[in-house]
Design a protein around this ligand. Sequence first.
Ligand code: SAM
Ligand code: DTB
Ligand code: SF4
Length: 346
Amino acid sequence: MNDITLRHDWSRLEIEQLLALPFMELIYRAQSIHRSRFDPNKVQVSTLLSIKTGACAEDCGYCSQSAKYNTELEREKLLPVEEVIKAARSAKEKGASRFCMGAAWRNPTDKNLARVIEMIQGVHELGMETCVTLGMLTEKQAAQLKQAGLDYYNHNLDTSPEFYGNVISTRTFQDRLDTLEHVRAQGINVCSGGILGMGESRSDRASMLRELANLPEHPESVPINMLVQVEGTPLFGADKLEPFEFIRTIAVARILMPGSYVRLSAGRNEMSDEMQALCFMAGANSIFYGDRLLTTDNPEADADLRLFQRLGLEFEQHSELQATEAGCTKRKTEQIERESGAAALN
Ligand code: SAM
Ligand code: DTB
Ligand code: SF4
């Protein structure tokens, strides 16, 4: 089944029909497509670091880092390069294959971009894949990042074009598409997805997925975030999304973009192990690993190792990582097994 054609002409109605399939049928279809392209027991693992925190000029209604909202977040200047490399080294030792660096900017200045380029080069030298998310980019800045050897650029569409104005007013949906185009034009891998649970309708979720799947090329990585509600932001207190609806959206992302990594992204801290297992079953094959996302908590690394062990999942190693890293993760899993006792895991 490796010859599934990749489509870029989905209608919203077709996607809504997929979202409305009986749950078992939907998961079966998604898992079948998943298996045609990927090893269903391997998960790509990235670690995130906020390299510049807070005081952002944008007004994204979900974000702890916007200067417009009183979220009591401590702002931090751009981190020194050495500090970032140290964090990347530690993430590598714990088994992450990609290091993602996020900055609370509308867009990077040329001076800041030069510092980020040093970070990218340093992380690359460790033998890790690199990803950055810095806001909007010009064509020239995307070319500079490509030149620096950047592997992935993350820039999310966040939601449907129809719902977008309810969440963000300081930049347009088209601005986001323009940045994705600049990144793609340079041959940098695209990481783009969105957030669920912001009060959008199922039809909005279908519309967001349609925008992603109908891009000229599918993003290599598609993060699906569950809103992490942050006190002080306009979206704090929004109605929670039903877990099955989240899982359905993951399954449909997998069906629409068969060759992309679908990342079970923010929000795992509030998901049960069983819900996460269903997300993997539905075709998610990437996570953020490590106790922290950018400004909010992620599950503890040890808890993730236990979950992986119980599900028989393995960290996917990227080709440049040495066998010793794989061994390191295995040793760590074994140590956790010993500490927790086999009985607790069965
Ligand atoms: N400032 C840059 C930008 O917005 O492009 C990069 C960092 S920004 C935090 C990256 C993405 O994280 C956002 O586009 C959004 O999809 C996601 N995100 C931010 N806050 C979130 C939250 N509270 N819950 C879920 N996802 C969130
Ligand atoms: C993405 O889609 N999710 C990540 C990453 N790309 C940059 C960010 C999640 C942020 C969650 C809220 C926080 O920790 O501030
Ligand atoms: Fe700023 Fe990015 Fe947060 Fe929007 S999501 S407020 S651009 S840090």
